[in-house]
Write a protein that binds this ligand. Structure first.
Ligand SMILES: NC(=O)c1ccc[n+]([C@@H]2O[C@H](COP(=O)([O-])OP(=O)(O)OC[C@H]3O[C@@H](n4cnc5c(N)ncnc54)[C@H](O)[C@@H]3O)[C@@H](O)[C@H]2O)c1
Length: 493
């Protein structure tokens, strides 16, 4: 199996990688950090972090460690398969005035741990490679902080559950959407019991033709690397519902298709054909989906200038025939509490954001967010909310509808990223009654819905989610309204 993730060349043999991070290769590191708490092993000083995967997302953690959290955190190493992006990251440290962390190629991941002895590995690589780094890091005695999705298949998920049980190291999965203030507010409303217990949920997530189309340009467009949008994107949404409800998914039925990002659509939109990529496209001027890597200094530095190392094209044609992910998906999920979820994800919409309704025994909550236009790796704000774009309403059974003034925050993902970074990097984060910090159990329960949906797309048959892996415990959830307590009789009409 190859770890090349999106271009013409640049194949990297995954077996060679696995060999280099095998336990034998990590012998030195095991004794170094395998026992004791992180604070004990850090001597009460700054925690030592290494980042693997130095693309766009890694920059938020890099900036946090060397910025707001520098009293508590230290970036001790950088790792990627692309030496160019390692140099870009090192230049970022220099610009921060921080000491420049040594860089390691992915094949030297084990040596990096042995030499630099990080307490935590932050995993921000291509989704399908997360499990290799999580397993290798935990085997070497490090705790792990991984980006969503935790991984892309049930088999990889099992590897993570097993290494966690075997080593006892921690695996934190960063679900930043939970920390967005208006979404936390919805959790607060659901916990309050105002609408009773939730019997069903209707949830539509819309991706527009800027951000949504971008998934069809990169490694995300191939299931081998991303698991498709049911894993890569919907992991956020399934986790939100799991957490909002305090429930565990048990059954999934789904349908999915790709009908917009196709060669035929390129022609219907007036192009002669699809092409390899925007940078060399002969029909650039005619295409509304053109992305100019050379025109944007950030995209140029991070991707275009580094292509010679790995052949990763960040601007592949969104109408290519080799895309194998869906753009139109419908899913029904059954939960252990009895609640049912009806969910849809479309990647070609006129606006971006979502609307959700919780149907409870004592009323209904409707909540929606309209997001700003965003393209990863540019100066646009990720998950930014349009002014006045949050709406939350409570409809008590036979009562007056109530508009809720939304809780708000600033910065990416509606202020959620800042709250999440506090939770991750402060030595003593504030107590959290919503239990937003997530581990591998939540990571698994969200990706397994997506994996089950992918199976349904292929077979047309329902999937029993909890049978996809073994040894998966229920996540810790804040208490929710009981499903068998007394209810208030609604007033007569
Ligand atoms: N929580 C969020 O809102 C959010 C937002 C964006 C991305 N992400 C996640 O962050 C991760 C990175 O996404 P991105 O947008 O930065 O992607 P990217 O393509 O910009 O960067 C990926 C990086 O990983 C490196 N890489 C690929 N395979 C590797 C391997 N085998 N070993 C070492 N390095 C490897 C690439 O060279 C590249 O530098 C993904 O898992 C993605 O799902 C999360």
């Amino acid at each position: 199996m190859k770890a090349n993730f999106g271009g013409a060349g640049g194949d990297v043999d995954r077996r060679a990688f696995l060999k280099t991070v095998s336990l034998a290769g990590l012998g030195l590191a095991i004794g170094a950090t395998a026992s004791g708490s992180v604070l004990a092993s850090s001597g009460g000083t700054r925690r030592r972090y290494a980042i693997v995967g130095l693309g766009s997302r890694a920059q938020m953690y890099h900036d946090a460690i060397e910025g707001n959290y520098r009293e508590h955190a230290e970036l001790v190493a950088l790792c990627d398969l692309n030496p160019g992006r390692i140099r870009v990251a090192q230049a970022r440290s220099a610009a921060h005035g921080a000491s420049i962390p040594p860089g390691y190629l992915h094949s030297d991941f084990g040596r990096m741990i042995a030499e630099q002895r990080p307490h935590f590995i932050i995993v921000t690589t291509v989704d399908s490679t997360h499990d290799d780094y999580i397993v290798a890091a935990m085997e070497a005695g490090c705790d792990v902080i991984t980006e969503k999705p935790m991984t892309t298949t049930p088999e990889k998920c099992q590897r993570i559950l097993d290494v966690r049980a075997r080593t006892g190291r921690e695996c934190r999965v960063l679900f930043n959407y939970r920390y967005s203030p208006p979404r936390t507010q919805v959790k607060d409303l659901l916990m309050s019991g105002e609408i009773g217990e939730v019997l069903s949920v209707d949830f539509q997530w819309l991706l527009n033709t800027s951000h949504g189309a971008d998934y069809f340009r990169r490694w995300h467009s191939q299931k081998e690397f991303s698991g498709g949008l049911m894993i890569h994107k919907a992991t956020h949404h399934f986790d939100l519902v799991n957490w909002w409800l305090g429930a565990v998914p048990v059954s999934v039925t789904a349908t999915g298709k790709r009908e917009f990002y196709t060669p035929a659509m390129a022609q219907r939109l007036g192009l002669q054909s699809h092409h390899e990529r925007c940078h060399t496209c002969p029909e650039q001027k005619k295409c509304g989906f053109f992305l100019g890597l050379a025109d944007n200094p950030k995209l140029k530095e991070l991707y275009l200038d580094q292509e010679s190392h790995d052949g990763y094209f960040r601007d592949r044609c969104v109408f290519r025939p080799d895309i194998d992910i869906e753009d139109t998906m419908n899913v029904v999920v059954g939960y252990d509490t009895g609640t049912t979820l009806s969910y849809s994800l479309n990647a070609f919409n006129a606006w971006e954001g979502y609307q959700i309704a919780f149907n409870g025994t004592q009323g209904r909550i409707e909540h929606s967010i309209l997001e700003k236009i965003y393209v990863s790796g540019t100066d646009t704000e990720q998950g930014g909310v349009v002014d006045g774009g949050v709406r939350t309403r409570v409809f008590p059974l036979r009562g007056e509808v109530r508009d809720i003034t939304p809780w708000s925050g600033k910065g990416s993902h509606g202020g959620g990223d800042k709250l999440m970074l506090d939770d991750v990097f402060l030595p003593q984060p504030p107590a959290d009654k919503y239990l937003r910090a997530a581990d591998e159990r939540a990571g698994a329960n969200s990706i397994l819905i997506g994996a089950a949906a992918n199976q349904c797309f292929a077979t047309g048959r329902p999937v029993a989610v909890q049978q996809l892996v073994s040894g998966l415990a229920r996540p810790d959830y804040a208490p929710m309204p009981p499903r068998d307590g007394p209810l208030v009789m609604p007033p007569r009409m």
